[in-house]
Structures are given as structure tokens and as C-alpha cells.
Design a binder for this molecule. Structure first.
Ligand code: SF4
Length: 320
């Protein structure tokens, strides 16, 4: 397989300004040295607690946030500092689906225009062809052609997310980054949207990055999962490997919270002590040491290397 997207040592820091002169007094280390690749046709899950930097990675890849350091490659080309005009054109190939489908849809635009605008912006279709393509996409996401004349407020949450997906597909992308695509929806609707994303991936040959705070949401759709903690990836592995043999204590704790239907395989829930430390002043050594039940002296002072552990599994922990 070939990689369609790569990020190498990506950093996104946000300055904190204070005093009368508004001098920079510190930084929020939102994303701090993250490296991963996305294969063509693959679905990579990015999981972790809220505030761990998952969404910042998505926005940095899309260059909605400028990276502080590191490299972003799309289809082998370095796009880290691509001029904005060229980057806008490139967004035709990389689209986002957002958490809140209502907030991300213009309430004053009819559905047909919401889906049709990207086609016009990227010179994909106009006139009759554009109208036919709007109909085609509405049907592909499980909506009806007549829905084009309605406004977002006339739809349920699940239907609005379908409109958001149709809009993302309108520019014929090859990569879609979905930021918590179902967390605002009822549980009964979540599976429908995940199934839809799976079907569309096959039909349109898409590669996905799916961001979620909940491992169960991405369980059935992801090929690989990267677990994030305080701006860093602490473990990355194929989903089945990660699920059956988590190596990082944080992954272990996240998985222990997942409900297992089979009573013979119920795991003891690991309750993480304390709150997530501030990304303004992350702990020294292993960033997880303030909450880790296996912590030893070295953990407080020395940062563990992110190393291969076999089976395409990578982990950052002194114990492994
Ligand atoms: Fe826990 Fe130490 Fe491993 Fe960090 S390096 S996860 S503190 S055992």
C-alpha cells in the first residue's frame, strides 16, 4: 500500500500572551511531535480524551492552523508551507466532516446550494450536471432528491450529518478527516452514520482519519488506531492488535471502560486518578506518569522512546 498522507514531527503550539505589552508568556503545547502516515484506502482512528490535541492535528493537516514545526505530505508532496491559494485548491482532495452538523451548515442556505457550492468552487460541475450530481450525492448519503430545496433546520441531527457528508464528497476528495462525526448524535443513529461512512469509503475509494474520544465508536471501522495523550501519540497499532493486546497503560485504561457484551470477557475497569495535566505545562519524563499505576522513578525524569513492539504496534512506555 502507498501512503496518501504523512505527518512528521508535527507541532502546533499556541502562544499565551499576558501583561500590558501582551508579550508571549508561555505556550499551549497542543500537538507536540506527532508522526504518522495514512495508507490509501485505510481508516486511521485518532483517540484520546478531550483536549489531547486530536482536533488540532486535523486542523493543522488542513492548514486551518499553521504548524509550528514538522512536515505534512499529501500524496508525496510537501504541503507544510504551500501558499494559501494553492492550499485552497488542494482542499478539493482533502475534506472534513465536523462534530456538530448543525453548526457546520449555513442555516441560510438550502441543502442543494450547500452541496453544490464546493462543485462550483473547485470547477467540478455547473448547470444541469451540477444539479444531477447533487441528486446523486443526496441519494448516496440516504437522502431524497427533493431535500435539496429545504434548509438545515428542517432535518434531524442524523440527516444533517448526512448533508455534511454529501458536502464533503462534493469536491471528489480522496482523504476525509472526520472530527467526532457521531458524538453529537443519538446512539441509535451513530451506527447508521458509521455504516454509511464505511459504504462510501468502498464506493469512492476514500482514506479516512476518524477522530473520536470513544473507542467503541471507531471499533468497527478503523484499520489502525493511534492513541493520543497530552499532544503526543502514545500507542499506535492495527485495531485488532490494540484491542486484544494494549501495551500502553493509558490504552489499557481506555479499553477497560469499553462495555463488553460477553460476560466471560468483562475487564476490570481502570479508573484513572487525577485530571489530565495542563498542556501549558506538561509533566516531565513520561507525560502520563502523574496518572499511571505502573509508574517507576525513571518515568518522572526520562521520556520513553516511541518504539516498535512487533505486529505493527508502536508504543511509548519504559515498561515495554
Ligand atoms: Fe506509566 Fe512509566 Fe510507562 Fe509512562 S513510561 S506509561 S509512567 S510505566
Amino acid at each position: 500500500m502507498t501512503e496518501i498522507l504523512n505527518v512528521e514531527h508535527l507541532k502546533s503550539y499556541f502562544p499565551i500572551r499576558g501583561g500590558i505589552m501582551l508579550r508571549t508568556t508561555g505556550y499551549v503545547y497542543a500537538v507536540d511531535d506527532v508522526t504518522f502516515g495514512l495508507e490509501k484506502g485505510e481508516t486511521l482512528g485518532l483517540v484520546g480524551e478531550s483536549g489531547c490535541g486530536k482536533s488540532t492535528i486535523a486542523r493543522t493537516i488542513m492548514r486551518l492552523i499553521e504548524p509550528t514545526a514538522g512536515k505534512i505530505y499529501f500524496d508525496g508532496n510537501d504541503i507544510t508551507h504551500l501558499p494559501l491559494k494553492k492550499m485552497r485548491a488542494l482542499r478539493k482532495h482533502m475534506q472534513m466532516i465536523f462534530q456538530d452538523p448543525y453548526a457546520s451548515l449555513n442555516p441560510r442556505m438550502k441543502v442543494g446550494q450547500i452541496i453544490g457550492d464546493p462543485m462550483a468552487i473547485h470547477n467540478i460541475a455547473s448547470g444541469r450536471e451540477k444539479q444531477d450530481r447533487i441528486t446523486y450525492l443526496l441519494e448516496k448519503v440516504g437522502l431524497k432528491p427533493e431535500h435539496r430545496d429545504r434548509y438545515p433546520k428542517e432535518f434531524s441531527g442524523g440527516q444533517r450529518q448526512r448533508i455534511g457528508i454529501a458536502r464533503a464528497l462534493a469536491s471528489e476528495p480522496v482523504v476525509i478527516i472526520a472530527d467526532e462525526p457521531v458524538s453529537a448524535l443519538d446512539v441509535s443513529i451513530q451506527a447508521q452514520i458509521i455504516n454509511l461512512l464505511e459504504d462510501l469509503q468502498e464506493q469512492f475509494d476514500l482514506s479516512y482519519i476518524i477522530i473520536s474520544h470513544d473507542l467503541t465508536v471507531i471499533e468497527h471501522i478503523c484499520d489502525r488506531v493511534a492513541v493520543m495523550y497530552l499532544g503526543r501519540i502514545v500507542e499506535m497499532a492495527p485495531y485488532d492488535v490494540l484491542y486484544t493486546r494494549p501495551l500502553h497503560p493509558y490504552t489499557e485504561a481506555l479499553l477497560s471502560a469499553v462495555t463488553v457484551a460477553d460476560p466471560d470477557h468483562r475487564k476490570k475497569r481502570i479508573i484513572l486518578k487525577g485530571d489530565v495535566p495542563s498542556p501549558i505545562n506538561p509533566p516531565s519524563g513520561c507525560r502520563f506518569h502523574t496518572r499511571c499505576q505502573y509508574k517507576t522513578d525513571i518515568c518522572e525524569h526520562e521520556e520513553p522512546e516511541f518504539k516498535a513492539a512487533g505486529n505493527n504496534q508502536w508504543v511509548s512506555c519504559h515498561l515495554r
